[in-house]
Design a binder for this molecule. Structure first.
Ligand SMILES: [Zn+2]
Length: 323
């Protein structure tokens, strides 16, 4: 499988725009690929590199030696710059410019990819402008960015911007389910992160599974008119363990809120639900549409407070009083 298989799935418009430009010989020498984390920007850079370096008559073939090297990011004509400690410094860009001025060991196009390009400091950005001012016919620069507004205007005006649409949550839920992940967990992951790789990581580390199970137990307690706070104290003990960070508490709130949104759908008779097993016996007298909207407000309010590193045990205690 090529590295850009997911690009075809999530960003077909980008594939078609790049392929068309390539076939009509209308590629420009500097691109900005901008979009959220996980939007397959790097895949698009690999795809464009394959178009440019493929040895077959119908590029990218995905199997020729060049395509394979591009796919492994081991082709000598691909140069990648990444931030170091959240910054891209001038010497990194100067190393790139030096590379450009030297003769390549391999024939054909040379592609320079700068990840998280908005993390270039001013000196680095100014050094890069030199490249943009004197384009070489076989050199291609691809800037990737989740925050393009932080790039210098002088850079933005010299590159062609391709906007990557946000990842479809529906598609991501489906892809995760195809990997064998349970319906409710896939649904939560697709809403918690925009990156399929990050979703895989969260599954591997396991907490998301405990968090979704806890949220469901809290809901079941509500359905059975039990004290949901007591259930939280008993089953949520793992949330106070050493490996738990603010992120995990945020995730529990995210999942609880998704659950409430599903309850709103259930109350309105929508049957296309993801948390099927715990939404069967909703206490419809207590969980009215107005009450559910209030639950969302309460959770929003307390989720905001997590940021300020408050005592989490106290935070949950007061939240459950209002929840
Ligand atoms: Zn090829």
């Amino acid at each position: 499988m090529t590295n850009y298989a997911k690009l075809f799935d999530y960003q077909p418009e980008i594939v078609s725009a790049l392929t068309k430009s390539f076939r009509k010989k209308r590629l420009v020498h500097a691109y900005l690929f901008e979009g959220q984390k996980g939007a397959r920007k790097m895949d698009a850079a690999v795809y464009l590199s394959s178009l440019l370096l493929c040895q077959s008559d119908n590029p990218p073939c995905g199997v020729c030696p060049n395509c394979q090297k591009v796919n492994n990011l081991s082709h000598g004509n691909i140069y990648i710059i990444e931030p170091e400690n959240e910054i891209i410094k001038k010497d990194q860009i100067e190393a790139l410019l030096h590379e450009l001025s030297s003769t390549s060991l391999f024939d054909g196009s040379r592609i320079y990819i700068i990840k998280e390009a908005h993390l270039m400091n001013t000196a680095a950005s100014n050094a890069l402008l030199k490249f943009l001012e004197e384009p070489h016919p076989q050199h291609y620069l691809i800037l990737l960015s989740t925050q393009p507004h932080l790039l210098l205007d002088t850079i933005k005006s010299r590159v062609q911007t391709l906007h990557f649409n946000p990842i479809s949550k529906k598609k991501m839920t489906k892809n995760l389910r195809d990997k064998g992940i349970a319906k409710d967990i896939a649904y939560c992951l697709a809403h918690i992160t925009s990156s399929e790789e990050e979703a895989d990581e969260l599954i591997k580390s396991g907490e998301i599974i405990d968090i979704v199970a806890l949220a469901k137990d809290i809901q079941k307690a509500k359905n059975n008119k039990q004290d949901s706070y007591l259930v939280f104290l008993k089953k949520g003990r793992f949330l106070f363990g050493e490996a738990i960070s603010v992120m995990h508490h945020q995730m529990l709130f995210d999942v609880l809120m998704l659950l409430v949104r599903e309850k709103i759908k259930a109350v309105h008779g929508d049957e296309d639900l993801f948390f099927v097993d715990c939404l069967k016996n909703i206490d419809k007298e207590k969980e009215t549409p107005e009450g559910l909207i209030r639950q969302l407000e309460v959770m929003n309010k307390y989720q905001e407070r997590i940021k300020y590193h408050v005592n989490m045990e106290l935070l949950y205690a007061s939240m459950f009083l209002e929840f």
